[in-house]
Design a protein around this ligand. Structure first.
Ligand SMILES: O=C(O)c1ccc[n+]([C@@H]2O[C@H](COP(=O)([O-])O)[C@@H](O)[C@H]2O)c1
Ligand SMILES: Cc1cc2nc[nH]c2cc1C
Length: 339
């Protein structure tokens, strides 16, 4: 099927992505070489500073305004008994995020990271993907455009997270459509379903793939048929960030599915994304592998709500603080490498 023209703008934005700033990276490397440590000894912390420089296009990267965004949506597929929590928890947790009681609220408060929550028509769950499209193409495109607003506050780093009861089934369906395999290959326990729940999830994905067979021939068609509002909005935020010179940290299994849509349109479109962690959701490692990515952290977390991404941002803040504030061999009168 030809791609709906509603998607022309987003395809263009994903294809015409700006390159990173290698001059800025070279400047960071030059300073790093002068710091009082053996070369390379800060491992991926050194890469984090280069990542910020490359995608902020700044030889002196900043983290004055890091931001965690949580996109929240509800899913018709919860009618299939795919989650261990009821759908109303999505709205209840949104209130908890803003009232300061959620894990992400406390991570952000402790580490001085801004938190913004985007509620996406929670009273209007998407269509149940086992029997209808999640969203029509227009609504999918409009929600992608809405997600682009997330970078309007000019963050210098954006962490992309989500909340949505049922959405690990949605992420599994997207992965199965993009990469092949059956539901069983891509589902995990999400919020903690038992074996029967896991089987219902795998069946729901298989039925969704069968129902929409023949209509899954473009990543954005997959997003509309099998996705969700928060996945669309995360895709919009991710691509807008690239064009606004904002590096992105992607949270867990569900947020990775939004990046997978971008990657399937143009692999280079996610070069400005760092994958925060390997979630305990069982198929996350494979989803990362499909894109040639690895997670920065591996803490056995499976919370979502941007929590893994926020902790990766804490690592980035630490890395930049060291880069900016460590002494040089010269200033501290420490002898340099002798061989
Ligand atoms: O992103 C992850 O790695 C992840 C893994 C397991 C659960 N979650 C969160 O749990 C919710 C979805 O789980 P479920 O069981 O309702 O599909 C949703 O709010 C996600 O943020 C998130
Ligand atoms: C309580 C709860 C908190 C969450 N945060 C992200 N997803 C979640 C799912 C549940 C059920």
């Amino acid at each position: 099927m030809p791609l709906n023209p509603a998607f022309s703008d987003i395809v263009e934005l994903l294809v015409a992505v700006p390159d990173g700033d290698e001059k800025a990276v070279a400047a960071v490397r030059e300073r790093d070489a002068q710091l009082t440590k053996p070369p390379g000894s800060l491992g991926r912390l050194e890469e984090l500073v280069e990542f910020l420089a490359r995608w902020q296009h700044r030889s002196k990267p900043r983290l004055d305004n890091p931001m965690v965004t949580i996109f929240a949506g509800n899913h018709g597929v919860t009618d299939q008994g795919v989650s261990s929590f009821p759908r109303e928890v999505t709205a209840q947790m949104v209130a908890n995020f803003t009232n300061g009681g959620a894990a992400i609220s406390q991570i952000c408060a402790l580490h001085e990271i801004n938190l913004r929550v985007f509620e996406l028509a929670l009273e209007l769950p998407t269509g149940d993907i086992t029997r209808e499209a999640a969203l029509d193409d227009q609504m999918c495109a409009a929600t992608i455009a809405y997600g682009m607003e997330a970078v309007a506050g000019k963050p210098d780093l954006i962490c992309i997270g989500e909340m949505g009861i049922g959405n690990t089934t949605i992420a599994a369906a997207i992965n199965a459509a993009l990469y092949g395999g059956t539901g069983a290959d891509w589902v995990g326990r999400g919020t903690g379903v038992d074996d029967a729940g896991l089987k219902r999830k795998a069946d729901a994905v298989d039925r969704a793939l069968a129902h929409h067979a023949g209509e899954l021939d473009h990543p954005l068609a997959i997003l509309a048929r099998l996705g969700g509002r928060e996945i669309c909005a995360m895709l919009g935020a991710l691509v807008a960030a690239r064009h606004q010179k904002v590096p992105v940290i992607v949270d867990g299994y569900v947020a990775t599915a939004a990046a997978a849509i971008a990657h399937a349109v143009n692999p280079a479109s996610i070069n400005h994304c760092l994958f925060a962690h390997v979630s305990a959701e069982s198929a996350h490692a494979r989803a990362l592998q499909e894109m040639g990515q690895t997670g920065l952290l591996d803490l056995g977390m499976r919370l979502g709500e941007g929590s893994g991404a926020a902790l990766a941002a804490v690592m980035a803040k630490t890395a930049l603080h060291l880069h900016d504030n460590m002494a040089t061999f010269e200033s501290a009168a420490v002898s340099g490498k002798s061989d």
